[in-house]
Design a protein. Structure first.
Length: 129
């Protein structure tokens, strides 16, 4: 079990685990999950971690989309963000890149950063009612 699964169970959250065999040759973790689980790209979200000079922030978008770093910085009220260094993300979250889920990010990085990453988009509300 992962810390996120343990936390969801402790909180009484109803969820379902969906598993598939990851291919090391896959170009995209999210698109691989879409294909192997038979889902629509708009139903599967990727958790992306960005950084300014001081902090880490989380962006969550459908796997079929690209994160707009300029918009992300604007929403967060910082000058500029870039994709966070993989090693730093792994140290902070305790997960390998490709395995950081949104729920666990709320616990590790904080709700404010997670909520801010949406910039008012509706996908978060429809996926997490």
């Amino acid at each position: 079990m992962t810390p996120a699964i343990d936390a969801a169970k402790s909180a009484g959250i109803d969820f379902q685990i969906r598993e598939y065999q990851h291919s090391p040759n896959a170009d995209s973790y999210g698109l691989e999950a879409v294909q192997k689980l038979g889902l629509h790209p708009e139903q599967v979200f990727k958790t992306l971690v960005v950084s300014d000079d001081n902090s880490l922030f989380v962006g969550i978008i459908p796997v079929s989309n690209q994160l707009n770093l300029k918009l992300m910085a604007q929403v967060l009220g910082v000058k500029k963000v870039r994709m966070a260094e993989k090693r730093r993300v792994e140290i902070v979250t305790g997960y390998l890149v490709g395995g950081q889920g949104a729920f666990f990010m709320v616990l590790k990085i904080g709700w404010r950063a997670l909520r801010s990453s949406f910039g008012g988009q509706s996908s978060f509300r429809s996926y997490f009612p």
